[in-house]
Write a protein that binds this ligand. Structure first.
Ligand code: GAL
Length: 391
């Protein structure tokens, strides 16, 4: 054994060094979305230098392309060793009910994770007595982004309700801003819809949509679509051709005033564009949703039949550790899923999200897998093609 390798081995414990072979990690965190995952992989490589990591990404925000590729691989008996999946119905309703995942309860016990994660989150990844993935973060869906200097220039403030938003939109249009709201491709329109729905229905009404107490044909639910239509009139007509990053860019460059996007936008603006949160860019809860935190959680699971099972388990251990989470999340724009994360490692946005996560009412995201199964989401996506075609 080479001397340096031996030294690393002593430092890490020889067990880690003895690990060899490969580890394939599957996700949609490619390109601009990559830095947080890459930092976590770097940490893994330091701990397990003998393992060759294959960072298998399929580009496309919200996993629009990755999820389809994953399905083909899983059904074809060629699962990656571990893959990104949203906590909640996306995990349970797709992979757990189909008996494709390993139960991670023993790992949760061994690592002390039953106490490390909040109960509500453990509930989202549990089903029929098992725990089925390891959450790496908490993202917030209902955030509206803007550039404070630009709003000042235009003489407007971030609207607090959707009615106020529509009025602000008219003001900005009169000032010559053609599309005050920056919007991207189809899934980002669904993302906007969930913020409009939460703002119009409130947290109770939102939850009732998913527990069956509020029908989509109820006048209250119909009112969401009416407002959504008006909100779309404030957006750019070329939305279908823009990625979520390109929509954020429009705000950054002053071509639009607002963008409603999950807080991976904070990661993009601070990590990739090097903008300062709270100064260069700022945020507010999307209109009508103050005091409510629409959450989603990225997690990693262990598919049955993973070729490099032990390497994947070691990856999951890192993903669920304090060190892993506090390496990944400050770059990603999300906060740690664990309760013992160190706020000093996060920027102004992360710290404000932590506060809201502690104090707000929590509801789950539709678009990012928390509240409804993927089968519902794909039909919903088809319905949402209609308004985007009309623009
Ligand atoms: C979400 C995912 C985030 C981010 C975003 C944009 O579904 O949870 O981590 O990647 O998509 O691609």
């Amino acid at each position: 054994m080479k001397r340096w390798l031996l030294a690393v081995g002593v430092a890490l414990g020889l067990g880690a060094l003895a690990q060899t072979g490969k580890l394939e990690i599957f996700s949609w965190w490619a390109g601009d979305e990559g830095p947080a995952l890459e930092a976590l992989i770097k940490l893994y490589k330091q701990k397990y230098p003998g393992v060759e990591v294959i960072n298998a990404t399929v580009t496309g925000g919200a996993g629009v392309n990755a999820k389809a590729v994953l399905k083909t691989r899983m059904l074809g008996g060629n699962p990656p060793d571990t893959f990104q999946v949203h906590a909640g119905m996306e995990l349970i309703g797709t992979w757990v009910v189909a008996d494709r995942m390993e139960d991670l309860t023993p790992l949760f016990r061994q690592e002390g994770w039953l106490k490390a994660f909040p109960k509500g989150l453990l509930d989202l990844i549990s089903y029929k007595g098992g725990i089925w993935s390891v959450p790496v973060n908490i993202h917030r869906s209902n955030v509206m982004w803007y550039m404070p200097a630009k709003l000042k220039e235009w003489g407007v403030t971030p609207p607090k309700t959707w009615a106020e938003f529509l009025a602000t939109c008219q003001t900005l249009k009169k000032k010559g801003l053609e599309a005050p709201l920056a919007l991207g491709e189809n899934w980002t329109q669904q993302h906007l819809w969930e913020s409009v729905a939460l703002g119009i229905l409130g947290p109770e009404g939102w939850n009732n949509l998913w527990n069956g107490k509020l029908k989509f044909t109820d006048p209250k639910a119909v009112a969401v679509w009416e407002t959504f239509g008006k909100v779309l009139d404030c957006a750019n007509k070329d939305a279908a051709g823009l990625s979520w990053q390109q929509a954020v860019d429009r705000v950054v460059q002053g071509q639009a005033a607002f963008n409603v996007m999950g807080d991976w936008a904070a990661g993009y603006m601070s990590t990739t564009l090097k903008l300062k949160p709270g100064t260069d860019f700022a945020w507010a809860p999307s209109p009508g949703t103050s005091g409510v935190f629409m959450m989603l959680s990225d997690s990693f699971g262990l598919p049955k039949g993973a070729k490099n099972r032990q390497n994947a388990i070691n990856w999951l251990k890192l993903v669920g550790s304090k060190e892993g989470q506090d390496t990944f999340n400050p770059l990603k724009g999300s906060i740690a899923a664990r309760l013992d994360s160190d706020p000093a490692k996060y920027n102004a946005y992360g710290q404000s999200a932590m506060k809201d996560w502690q104090s707000n009412r929590i509801v789950g995201s539709l678009v990012h897998g928390a509240v409804a199964p993927e089968s519902f989401m794909s039909q919903f996506g088809t319905v949402m093609e209609i308004p985007s075609c009309a623009t």
